[in-house]
Design a binder for this molecule. Structure first.
Ligand code: 1PW
Length: 176
């Protein structure tokens, strides 16, 4: 059975396939599902990171609740605009922007892990990604929460162990 790391890779590979098809598109519910797999609990980060799962989960739920079956993100945003609701706090467009940042954040983390091959600490990849992607959008409260949980970040080997994975799969992906 696929573990959570492979599930995450498969979900984004599937999305890449729909983007790179003759009819480039992203199905909103598929995007939401893939983003749910980005949550720290998917990698057994521990209870200190529960707040991030909750926050991510609420944005994912927004998209899942708003999107009709097989609706693309383009159609979802167009519907929001047609209704004049795209700037409301409760709009799916707003949640989509948050999910886009989450994807960017996770992309930078994995890029840094691959760059730092051989290093077991995830503090640098996660901090660099935070500063690069999230920091400018987060208020001082949330930035403070991130600073406070920094020393609770598990090591890469610890996470891979819980996923029943060695590093091979992770680093192999960067060479394909
Ligand atoms: C590879 C393992 C680590 C992946 C962790 C990904 C977690 C992403 C969720 C971070 C949530 C941080 C706390 C929430 C802050 C919200 O204020 C913020 N949400 C996001 C997703 O940036 C903005 O949403 P808001 O407050 O404008 O509704």
């Amino acid at each position: 059975m696929a573990n959570n790391l492979r599930r995450l890779a498969d979900a984004f590979q599937h999305l890449a396939g729909t983007v790179n098809s003759h009819y480039p598109h992203i199905i909103a519910s598929q995007l939401a599902q893939a983003c749910r797999l980005c949550g720290p609990s998917n990698f057994n980060f521990g209870s200190s990171f529960h707040f991030a799962d909750m926050e991510l989960g609420s944005k994912v739920n927004d998209i899942e609740n708003a999107a009709t079956e097989n609706e693309t993100i383009e159609a979802l945003v167009q519907r929001d605009i047609a209704q004049g609701s795209e700037r409301l706090d409760s709009s799916p467009s707003r949640s989509l922007v948050r999910l886009k940042r989450v994807i960017e954040y996770v992309r930078v983390i994995f890029e840094k892990i691959i760059e730092n091959e051989g290093s077991d600490s995830l503090v640098e990849p996660i901090t660099i990604a935070y500063d690069q992607v999230f920091a400018r959008y987060h208020g001082s409260n949330i930035r403070g929460v991130f600073a406070a949980v920094k020393n609770r970040i598990p090591t890469l080997s610890c996470i891979l162990n819980t996923l029943n994975e060695d590093g091979t799969y992770l680093y192999l992906q960067s060479h394909t």
